[in-house]
Unconditional design. Sequence first.
Length: 215
Amino acid sequence: MDAGVGGRTSKIAVAITGASGAAYALRLLEILLSRREIETHLVLTPCGADILRIEAGLNADADRFDPRYLGLKGAMRLRCHHHAAMTSPLASGSYRLDAMAIVPCSMACASAVASGASRNLVERAADVVLKERRKLIVVPRETPMSAIHLENLGSLALAGAVVLPACPGFYGRPRKVQDLVDFVVGRILDHMGVPHSIGPKWLGPDSQAPSSESP
């Protein structure tokens, strides 16, 4: 079922870990928070907080996190969960998340989820989504990848996850960095089942793809 179809509130979780790519996570949260029919959850790891500080200049603290620091409209509607809170609803299959995206996903996180380590809430929530046969979207941002990385990502794909590398395309003729970010975020939203109007759509070689739009 697509997110929010039929007046139903959808539950979507976003996890931010310690790989480069804060812009993807922030843009995804911006789109999700613009949809009143979506209940958006956030788990931020300590390394994820470091990435937000380094790449976006945000005063993020994973242990004392205040969503207002994200600077996003509607940020106070975020349901934030501490990365070590194993009693969080996200740790139980009975909570029935519709989808979860780990964006960006570090290779350490991918390895842990692929092996079922469940050492923190990100890993446990991802494990739950997989065992409940729900949608897990893993967005790695690493290059080059070693054979170990590829094996772990392959294991996740075999377990049912969508492995969606942060690799923007150029057929939409991007003119700014935001266009490249929207390409990837648009694909994440597609796999979440969330309708959107960002990122180019391939219309064929004779048609120029539309430029990215704000939500």
